[in-house]
Design a protein around this ligand. Sequence first.
Ligand SMILES: [Zn+2]
Length: 448
Amino acid sequence: MWILSPVAATLALLVVVSTPAAAAKVEAVGGAIAYGQPDSSSLTSQVEAMVSKADGSGYWMATQTGTVANFGQALHFGDMSGTQLNQPIVGMAATPTGNGYWLVAADGGIFAFGDARFFGSTGHMKLNSPIVGMATSFDNGYWLVAADGGVFAFGAARFYGSMGAVTLNRPIVAMLPSDSGRGYWLLAEDGGIFTFGDAGFFGSGPGKGYGGLFVGMIPVTDGRGYSLVHSDGRISPFGISTLHNDPVCDPWPVTDMSIAGGGAVLLRTAKPQPNDPPSNLSARIDGDYLSELIVLSQSCQTASEPVFPQFSLPLSDPVPTSLFGWRRHPIWGDISMHNGSDFIGPNRTSGGSALAVANGTVLAVLDLVAYGRTVVLDHGDQVASVYAHLGGVNVKVGDVTSVGDALGPVGSTGLSTGVHLHFELRLNGNAKDPIPYLNFPEPPVSAE
Ligand SMILES: [Zn+2]
């Protein structure tokens, strides 16, 4: 049987073991142990899934291309490296003995290793939405779950219902069997919980007013509660569960997790920078990427509303050329949201260097499709500023900057019609009209 150690009454103990160069990193909570970090040189594609031995004595990670890395007392039983897969690996599950594991691909193709046996797959079915996870309580069966909430049961795993016929607001991201194996929970991205069989309901993310993304859940042994795991590492208890954790300021989201010992091991993977072909969607894709990066990096901070006008100017003598808000896009011609204000120098000059509007630290240096070369500063209190289309960058991530520091020459990189500074002020990751917050000596006059 699938066995869980008691989770209740375990004080969440956080151990962060991070290697900046690694493809992924592991964080242990609630008494679980981090046995090691994946080595970026040996893992050539994105780490996608992880699973622990039931007793917490080790874990495995699988990459999108099916390479498996093993840690602690988890042994390597084989993998798909060197084999061309039709679809990327999206999940994995371990047998109750810990002497084998399954990998599952987005089309539901199953690959079994060690004492894991093959009981069927959706690899030959036409699926409405991709498989996102796999779960088991048995050594002779498993379930697959699709993003639309469809559940597929194989071998001794029984079907207790699914959300496949219901239109969900947000996709399903995880499935967890009850301790008895006679039921399961489905978890949606927004923290929504759907219960089947003997799995009980003790509350959900939206019910508690939690925003953001959720990645997994940790049930208590007797099934009378669970804790939900948020992508920023926050853990929220429901029912009799007491396992909780405060978010850490880490730019890498938690993308998967597995129950181990009395707690869980969280997997963080860097989100790749967007590199879609340039289009009228690029600015929004880059903006969403920045938003998530800033929210995660500032998740341990407490929000505080800045006062007007708190910030110094991002350019000496800035002349606004395009303001914050809905506008006709200068390249694509469609009506779209402009997340910041554009500035040039006097008399149509570049204005020189982009200047830090307040003391802070460099949160990110990026090269984005629409924004071009971009610097993001963290000012604390969940306030950040963004400087885009730079011609060059003078700073690196982690640098402490003072108000007025030159961050890099104003340029025209990314999707830009001419040399200018695109400046954003972000509060809790959300772009705000920066003009009222900037300390102009007199009201700015637009060049248009
Ligand atoms: Zn702009």
